[in-house]
Design a protein. Structure first.
Length: 200
């Protein structure tokens, strides 16, 4: 079954069938780009289901091709704006992990009016995560990171130290996304990490 979706195809039943098994962990990567990280972690964790969201049509198609080439039946790629997807297509308490690695600090470059991480987005992340679910975020933009800390109401969240996620990355990398690897190669070491656990 093809697991590439545009917004107008999300209601045709295929996506609902993909996520309907309640016992399966579901992880969401927002801004999955061409799917290099997503396919790597989905290959390692084949007992889980992964949703990759990417606003750029060409990149999302590249991601889907990578999914097919790697014979990954546990991945769906969605070509849609992330906040729109979460608000309109995800139920309460259904996601185990949300991965957001190096979101663009320049939203107008991708046709948006504001940055992804805002109060409304944090509220949606809280809604769709299961209790004890995890929001994992990396950025190299200091002012963006400061804004994110202000948006996060810590009475709803438990902020914990960064716990390394098995993504097959090298030991010196936090997650091993293409952006992180690029920054490390340039010796740009100021990468800011945040890991939030949804409280009840």
């Amino acid at each position: 079954m093809k697991k590439f979706f545009t917004k107008n195809k999300l209601c045709d039943g295929r996506f609902e069938n993909f996520i309907k098994e309640p016992s399966t962990k579901i992880e969401l990567e927002i801004g999955c780009n061409a799917g290099r990280l997503l396919t790597r972690i989905a290959d390692i964790h084949r007992d889980r289901k992964f949703i990759g969201v990417e606003i750029d049509k060409s990149l999302s198609l590249d991601a889907y091709k990578r999914v097919v080439d790697n014979n990954l039946t546990n991945v769906a790629i969605i070509n849609i704006e992330a906040h729109d997807f979460m608000t309109n297509f995800l139920n309460d308490n259904m996601i185990d992990v949300i991965h957001i690695y190096f979101p663009t600090p320049y939203p107008k470059s991708i046709g948006l009016q504001k940055r992804l991480i805002c109060n409304e987005f944090i509220d949606e992340a809280y809604r769709v995560l299961k209790i004890d679910g995890c929001l994992r975020l990396l950025t190299d933009i200091k002012d963006y990171f400061k804004d994110i800390l202000q948006f996060s109401e810590f009475k709803k969240w438990w902020a914990i130290n960064w716990i390394k996620y098995n993504a097959g990355q090298q030991k010196n990398l936090l997650i091993g996304s293409p952006c992180e690897i690029t920054y490390r190669l340039k010796n740009e070491l100021d990468i800011y990490s945040l890991q939030l656990i949804r409280m009840s």
